[in-house]
Design a protein around this ligand. Structure first.
Ligand SMILES: [Zn+2]
Ligand SMILES: [Zn+2]
Ligand SMILES: [Zn+2]
Length: 206
């Protein structure tokens, strides 16, 4: 099987923030303004038209980067790479046939990667596409990413100096000692809510 790694991001048509396209999805959501964004099948077709042909001409590890101005302002990286564990970089032992969604567990670090047969619309849009790895099938969410499970952070109440544990659920909190309402400062809030990292996923072609 010929594998291509994919990294795609688009500018949100509503607020211009970058939105990572973490898999072959027809609907995305902007993490900043929370607008729903349609990513139509025809746009997938135009976007990935050349990928199979290009990748088959590449050596392993070769790829290309492009900026596309069309239906979306888009940045795309793809290249010839066999699927590997994104955490510890170990190559996965792939079977060539997966007839239903499955998960691969990295034997070294235990990271779970989903693999599933490309859906019918995706096969029509991108001829030769057979398997998708590293993206969660549409409508199913994966395990909470590590970014989301941030640890509570200690913070001193600016009013009374009391030590508070901040878990990042609410930005406006009340001090448990002096009852002052505290609006958490930007740096603390950003530390609790780091920007989502770009997700790399893979397409396996026949
Ligand atoms: Zn937006
Ligand atoms: Zn691993
Ligand atoms: Zn206080």
């Amino acid at each position: 099987m010929l594998w291509s790694m994919m990294e795609i991001s688009i500018d949100c048509p509503h607020c211009d923030s970058p939105v990572h396209v973490d898999g072959p999805f027809l609907k995305l959501e902007c993490g900043k303004c929370h607008s729903g964004i349609d990513f139509p099948k025809d746009v997938w077709k135009d976007t990935l038209d050349d990928v199979r042909g290009d990748v088959s001409g590449y050596q392993k590890g070769e790829g290309s980067n492009s900026n596309i101005f069309g239906h979306f302002n888009m940045r795309m990286t793809y290249g010839r790479l066999d699927p590997y564990c994104l955490k510890c970089k170990r190559d996965f032992d792939m079977k060539d046939e997966y007839t239903e969604p499955a998960t691969i567990i990295c034997p070294d670090c235990g990271t779970v990667a989903p693999v599933f047969p490309a859906s019918d619309w995706f096969r029509e849009a991108v001829p030769g596409a057979a398997l998708i790895l590293g993206a969660w099938p549409e409508g199913k969410s994966g395990p909470e990413s590590e970014e989301k499970k941030s640890q509570p952070v200690a913070y001193s109440c600016p009013q009374c100096g009391g030590s508070l544990m901040i878990n990042g659920e609410e930005r406006l909190i009340q001090c448990q000692y002096c009852s002052t309402n505290i609006y958490l400062p930007d740096d603390l809030w950003l530390a609790l809510h780091p920007a989502k990292t770009k997700n790399r996923w893979f397409i396996g072609f026949h």
